[in-house]
Design a protein around this ligand. Structure first.
Ligand SMILES: C[S@@+](CC[C@H](N)C(=O)[O-])C[C@H]1O[C@@H](n2cnc3c(N)ncnc32)[C@H](O)[C@@H]1O
Length: 160
């Protein structure tokens, strides 16, 4: 879901076999509770250390724009918890995964998290720039492996 509105949708769910597979096998298994994770990340020193690992040349503010591409059922929520002063966008082709993440967003009041039912190949449609692109355990699913380089390029040019 984008803010309070409905999920942005394009060809992600239009009878695509990979989207169908991911719809039937959402990953990872549902997470009920992120409170322990939030407690761990509430320590500013943890955030600061992570920031300096990611951006050794930037002063720490806690603000960043992060894209979690192929976010699955929970990864975007984890990142929204990590960066309460940032803005996190999760995209996925699986409506089930987006729905489960939306439930975590609701349960944990993650106002800094936006969700879109969008394929990674269509990321440019978001027309957003990100400081951090997170892409874990997704590449093997790409429909168009020949487009992988283009996808990585599209993701990287979204960075300022
Ligand atoms: C193995 S899961 C990994 C989920 C998450 N990244 C994690 O590490 O917990 C792969 C996810 O990528 C999504 N996915 C696969 N191909 C995609 C694509 N072309 N665009 C967006 N999401 C995609 C699937 O729907 C699935 O939710």
């Amino acid at each position: 879901m984008s803010g309070a509105g409905a999920p942005h949708q394009d060809r992600a769910s239009a009878g695509d076999p990979i989207a169908d597979f991911c719809e039937k096998h959402p990953y990872p298994p549902p997470v009920e509770d992120l409170d322990g994770y939030r407690a761990r990340w509430s320590d500013p020193a943890v955030r600061r250390a992570e920031h300096h690992l990611l951006f050794p040349d930037r002063a720490f503010t806690g603000e960043l724009d992060a894209l979690v591409a192929g976010c699955g059922t929970s990864q975007a929520a984890w990142h929204a918890i990590r960066w309460p002063a940032g803005r996190v966008v999760g995209i996925d082709v699986s409506a089930t995964s987006i729905r489960q993440t939306a439930e975590l967003k609701r349960r944990h009041d993650l106002g800094n998290l936006a969700l879109h039912l969008v394929a990674i190949e269509d990321v440019a449609r978001l027309d957003r720039q990100f400081d951090l692109d997170v892409l874990n355990r997704v590449s093997s699913f790409f429909r168009y492996l020949s487009r992988f380089d283009q996808v990585v390029f599209d993701l990287s040019v979204t960075q300022p």
